[in-house]
Design a protein around this ligand. Structure first.
Ligand SMILES: Nc1ncnc2c1ncn2[C@@H]1O[C@H](COP(=O)(O)OP(=O)(O)OP(=O)(O)O)[C@@H](O)[C@H]1O
Ligand SMILES: [Mg+2]
Length: 395
């Protein structure tokens, strides 16, 4: 065995960078999160060649003081954390002071920034983590960071990049999640010069959902608003009849942070028990707000998972909020879209209210006859027949 010795610092930096910066999408995630933490109300993300050619994130946040600019690119340098106690109540998206160091270690970076309330901005160029001189520069309030030639000095990582289209799609997914997690921030995304997303940033989750997920998905949503032990759950979930063929449209956020949470997913799906067809999955945009001390965010290298102080409380809050939304939706016919009618069902005269019928008692129908299509076509029509084997007539 060769002798044990401590790695040179630039090799150690490259290894550390590998954990934070996996692909262009991880660079965009870190830069946009910094922009949100800086209090921005508008963020523009531009990429070229899927982010491998260029990534630029522009914000109108608080900016960085010229004398602190080189420090921002050092490892473990942060303005968001000071003491051990602070680690127990993190309210910002970033806290490790690693992202800018990691990104600059594996690319060429230009930063242009001006602090709010100051008259002169500053610019800095870094190459493989090595900073040049800080130059005075004219700049709008806020910060623009441009990242070029990602992984130019780590050929092993470069080799594993997918086609530009796939990397670009991963970047777009990150931007979409940021837009859904912070409706108060207007998010614009340009891919190879073409605008692909613009959210209004009006603070309304509904507006962000429309802009990001589109009208069709948004129309199939019902609103969620609930609370549990010192936490609240808000957002949107699919009406049972509008569930999707995959889980691709499930977005969970905890205190404004996008997370993958098996616990929240389990609570969501449990709430749909006997409500949706097998093989269909609810879409959702669910925000959980909890006390900062009830959530440990320091458990995952990319900060995409969290640990809850009380998993039971989180499960219960999500489950009951979603369940209440689904039950509320059933008693509110105005919220249900008029279903397409098959030719065999006679059209109801405009304005005529169908006679109310009890749910079909047949076991096959117990959970399925709640969909608007089935209610509209069978059980709420006098003379309608249960579509299952029982042959029950209604009315
Ligand atoms: N867009 C920005 N606007 C204002 N300040 C910024 C911006 N980006 C970075 N900074 C400053 O630079 C510091 C270092 O940023 P960096 O992303 O490396 O660390 P962090 O956000 O503190 O933690 P993490 O590594 O978890 O992201 C931040 O703490 C912040 O003070
Ligand atoms: Mg950061």
């Amino acid at each position: 065995m060769p002798h044990i010795q401590q790695l040179e610092s630039h090799v150690a930096d490259l290894i550390a960078a590998g954990e934070v910066v996996e692909r262009p999408a991880s660079v965009v995630k870190e830069l946009v999160e910094n922009a949100v933490d800086a209090g921005s109300s508008a963020v523009v993300v531009e990429i070229r060649r899927g982010g491998m050619g260029m990534i630029r994130v522009t914000d109108n946040g608080c900016g960085i003081a010229p004398e602190e600019l080189p420090t921002a690119f050092l490892r473990h340098a942060t303005s968001k954390l000071r003491t051990e106690e602070d680690l127990g109540k993190i309210g910002t998206l970033g806290f490790r002071g690693e992202a800018l160091a990691a990104i600059s270690a594996v690319s060429r970076v230009d930063i242009l920034t001006r602090q709010t309330g100051t008259t002169e901005g500053a610019a800095l160029h870094l190459e493989g983590g090595v900073p040049g001189a800080v130059e005075p520069a004219g700049a709008p309030e806020g910060t623009t960071i441009t990242v070029r030639d990602l992984f130019y000095n780590t050929p092993a990582r470069l080799k594993f990049m997918k086609k530009d289209a796939a990397e670009g799609a991963a970047v777009f997914a990150v931007v979409q999640r940021v837009a859904l997690s912070h409706p108060e921030v207007s998010v614009k995304f340009l891919r190879d010069g073409k605008q692909e997303l613009l959210t209004p940033g009006d603070g309304q989750l509904q507006s962000a959902v429309y802009a990001v997920l589109g009208r069709e998905l948004a129309l199939g949503f019902t609103r969620v608003k609930g609370s549990g032990e010192e936490m609240s759950v808000t957002g949107f979930v699919s009406k049972p009849a509008c569930c999707r063929a995959s889980r691709n449209w499930q977005f969970f956020f905890v205190n404004g942070r996008q997370v993958k949470s098996r616990l929240m997913l389990a609570a969501l799906e449990e709430a749909y028990q006997n409500q949706k067809m097998v093989g269909r999955f609810p879409a959702c945009v669910l925000h959980l707000e909890a006390k900062l001390s009830a959530v440990d965010v320091n458990v995952h290298p990319a900060k995409t998972e969290v640990k809850f102080g009380s998993e039971r409380a989180v499960f219960s809050a999500v489950y009951h909020a979603v369940r209440a939304a689904l039950e509320g939706d059933r008693t509110r016919p105005a919220a249900v879209l008029e279903p397409a009618r098959p030719a065999s069902v006679p059209a109801r005269p405009p304005g005529a209210v169908p006679p109310a019928c009890p749910p079909c008692p047949c076991p096959a129908g117990a959970d399925r006859l709640r969909t608007p299509r089935e209610q509209g076509n069978y059980l709420s029509e006098a003379g309608g027949t249960c579509p299952h084997s029982c042959g029950r007539k209604c009315g």
